[in-house]
Design a protein around this ligand. Structure first.
Ligand SMILES: NC(=O)c1ccc[n+]([C@@H]2O[C@H](COP(=O)([O-])OP(=O)(O)OC[C@H]3O[C@@H](n4cnc5c(N)ncnc54)[C@H](OP(=O)(O)O)[C@@H]3O)[C@@H](O)[C@H]2O)c1
Length: 244
């Protein structure tokens, strides 16, 4: 049963930026379909969000094509349609390039790239038919400005590729009324980074601190409301990508 006429799908909604997005869009009156691998973490998020029928958790690995089909089928069955997709689920690893194992490379490609492709295909078909919709990718400022002291080649390669894919998909979908944009966060205070690393990480940003999740959420909210913006990559990074 639909409880609102607007629905957003947020991948990786059980933690960090995704959980912040779920909170914010519930407050705005959206139905929220939140994903993650762990059913337990999604249940904990649902309890914290306390939104009743307006929050639907769907567990599944975004790297598997079946997950995207399942998420969109459940979202449409419950709420009728999807207005916004935020491709937020992601993993990050800092280590010298030569130390990545084949398994780690496969996992990063599956989560950070294939997940976005499968989810976006579902969204593009559904939103294209409706002649309206928003796809927003959460990429990374580091992909626009690699940093010598943060060896994270896989993140740079995959999120950098997503920034370009954002522009290409924006062009493909423009005539169908669907906009495609990206938010590229600098380091953000989420469970991805232990609290005792925040000060050192903050010092790498010209504005001298890391981002709060609500600052990333504000950028996504802006792009959801922006009718004449597509193919843009919006850094929210305290100047990290501006240069040195
Ligand atoms: N935090 C930062 O400093 C930062 C900076 C730049 C960009 N970003 C990007 O922002 C996004 C969110 O990051 P965050 O810091 O909020 O991360 P987080 O707190 O670690 O949360 C990650 C979320 O993604 C889900 N997830 C991870 N792998 C998944 C998979 N294979 N399938 C489905 N769900 C999966 C997690 O749930 P489960 O573990 O239950 O699957 C969790 O809900 C990521 O794309 C990240 O690359 C973050």
């Amino acid at each position: 049963m639909s409880t609102s006429n607007r629905t957003i799908v947020i991948t990786g909604a059980s933690s960090g930026i995704g959980l912040g997005l779920a909170e914010a869009f519930l407050r705005e009156g959206y139905n929220v379909v939140g994903t993650g691998r762990s059913q337990e973490r999604l249940q904990a998020a649902a309890k914290q969000l306390n939104a009743g029928e307006r929050f639907l958790g769907v567990a599944g690995d975004v790297g598997a094509p079946d997950t995207a089909r399942d998420v969109f089928a459940q979202a449409i069955a419950r709420y009728g349609h999807v207005d916004v997709l935020v491709n937020n689920a992601g993993i990050f690893s800092v280590k010298p390039f030569v130390d990545f194992t084949p398994e780690e490379i496969e996992e990063q490609i599956a989560t950070n790239l294939k997940g976005v492709l499968y989810m976006s295909q579902q969204a593009a078909r559904h939103m294209g038919e409706r002649k309206q919709g928003r796809i927003i990718n959460i990429t990374a400022s580091l992909a626009m400005q690699p940093h010598g002291s943060v060896p994270a080649l896989l993140a740079v390669a995959l999120k950098g590729g997503l920034n370009q894919a954002t522009r290409a998909l924006a062009l493909e979908l423009a005539s169908q009324g669907v906009t495609v944009n990206a938010v590229a966060p600098g380091v953000t205070a989420t469970p991805m980074h232990p609290a005792d690393t925040h000060a050192a990480l903050g010092s790498m940003h010209p504005l001298g601190r890391i981002a709060r999740t609500d600052e990333i959420v504000a950028a996504v909210r802006y792009l959801v409301g922006a009718e004449f913006v597509t193919g843009s990559i919006l850094p929210v990074d305290g100047g990290f990508s501006a240069g040195r």
